[in-house]
Design a protein around this ligand. Sequence first.
Ligand code: PEP
Ligand code: MG
Length: 325
Amino acid sequence: RQAELSKLKDQPTVSKDGRQVELAANIGSVEDVQKAIDNGAEAIGLFRTEFLYMGRSSFPTEEEQFKVYKYVLEKMEGKPVVIRTLDIGGDKELPYLELPKESNPFLGLRAVRLCLDRQELFRTQLRALLRASRYGQLKIMFPMIAVLEELLEAKRLLQEEKDKLIQEGETVADRIEVGMMIEVPAAALAADSFAAEVDFFSIGTNDLIQYTMAADRMNETVSYLYQPLHPSILRLIQMVIRAAEREGKWVGMCGEMAGDATAIPLLLGLGLHEFSMSAGSILPARELIRELSQEEWAVHAGRALAMRSQNEIKEVVQMLTRSDS
Ligand code: PEP
Ligand code: MG
């Protein structure tokens, strides 16, 4: 079985009817890059940069960060690398960062909210990213964007640091795609208002599901509400993809759902362009997608959107994928 899968390592990810998609890896450390390559990743779809900041007693310097980003970009040899700016706060704390005590940290000062509040911290990371950009195909992604003003402010700071670096004589890649995560329901519902301002969206279903269902993703007692295939989630995903397509932008997904065998046929049907997942899920996902028809699953997905529950949708997908293979 493993031998069969590894034959797919250098194969393109194309559906039975010729729709090509990209299978990317989520990474959270420098060591993960090799695993991504060994598992046939066509790109890095999410580089969680939090590890750089955790388990230490002070902020990582620009130079330290630069070295890590450069290493990952070089190792990927020109393939796309989506690096997400710092997503701290919520449950992730740093001992050297004073944060206000919040009664609902997941609804508080986290991710891009924190970065816009502590600009020096953010600017240091942006400079390190920009300096590394010439060593590969860097794409920069902002997490937890809820309103347009946050995106515009993050982009403004990025542009400012870019201008400064160029003035200082640094080389920065001409073209760096800038995108945002869609993980707040407000951003999904208003995706059309963001689409013109980004190069891409990446749907973070781990948070999008928790916020849509109002159910903590770590809380076992309400885990029955954590439903990736609930019609509400599928409808949000469809809205995001449609909004992006109208502006000619691509849409990825970097939440756990992107690697889920039951979700993949529906996501292909809805027109998702990039699937980013843990390295171990890539080859099974490629094998699955190569057996599916995008056109047929567009029809199935359309029907699923009108269903009433996750159970109903799951049953249909499982029945159809069984008869497919
Ligand atoms: C997500 O929310 O889906 C996501 C990919 O980000 P994280 O799991 O790091 O919050
Ligand atoms: Mg998230």
